[in-house]
Design a protein around this ligand. Structure first.
Ligand code: ATP
Ligand code: MG
Length: 213
């Protein structure tokens, strides 16, 4: 393709990216929720959007199937970032990555005694690094969603998950006991594309930078 392809996940990233695209003069011609299309054209014949799973965005950009994309820090840390240029923190899809346990579970005590903690998470490598830095022994259990359920049914003692309002934790009688990091989404660019398609990409990156609050 002569133009450029932008990889976005539907949901919060797509919604929060629309104003940034608008700042660059780009308007998608369809909405992924209603059209169900995976390739969406825009008002600009040289720009199209592909709709991917959030955790797949870095993979599409790494391999050049998309020239640029937008992915959460959580997803980028798990992916590793190989082959990706990350020029901008877009300050969208903001939340925190936290350790949470059932209300009443004495986390500090469990950690002090050197107990082996069972931790369920989608973020295995980030969680592994976090607990290794603390010197806490953990058995990591990989889940793909609904992490909050794991401690409630005895699958794990704790979870590492993303928290924004905290309402989901509250509704399931869980509480945050530690914050690993703040999360927001970043612009990612294929390194070869940045050179080959510099004339299209650089104005886009500049427009995004100008629109970031
Ligand atoms: P899926 O919902 O398809 O399982 P996902 O949960 O990774 O995948 P989204 O829920 O769209 O996809 O999340 C996309 C990104 O938005 C995440 O990678 C993260 O950076 C951020 N995010 C996730 N949950 C929240 C939240 N509650 N509030 C703000 N940002 C969030
Ligand atoms: Mg989600």
């Amino acid at each position: 393709m002569n133009g450029i392809t932008i990889a976005l996940s539907k949901g919060r990233i797509f919604e929060e990216t629309l104003p940034l695209l608008a700042a660059a003069g780009i308007v998608p011609l369809e909405h992924p929720e209603s059209s169900r299309k995976l390739i969406i054209n825009t008002n600009r014949p040289d720009v199209r959007v592909v709709i991917v799973r959030a955790s797949d965005t870095p993979t599409y950009v790494q391999h050049g199937a998309a020239d640029i994309g937008i992915a959460g820090r959580d997803v980028l840390l798990e992916h590793g970032g190989a082959g990706l240029y990350q020029p901008l923190d877009l300050n969208i899809a903001r939340c925190r990555m936290c350790v949470a346990v059932p209300v009443g579970f004495d986390y500090q005590q469990a950690v002090r005694r050197g107990a082996r903690l069972r931790v369920a998470t989608k973020y295995i490598s980030t969680a592994r690094e976090h607990f290794a830095d603390k010197g806490v022994h953990v058995d990591l259990i990989k889940l793909y969603g609904s992490m909050e359920l794991a401690p409630l049914v005895g699958l794990a003692d704790a979870i590492v998950d993303l928290v924004s309002s905290g309402n989901t934790l509250l509704a399931n009688n869980l509480m945050v006991v530690e914050e690993l990091m703040t999360i927001s989404s970043r612009l990612i660019v294929n390194q070869a594309a940045l050179k080959m398609k510099h004339e299209i990409l650089q104005p886009l990156i500049d427009a995004f930078a100008g629109a970031v609050k």
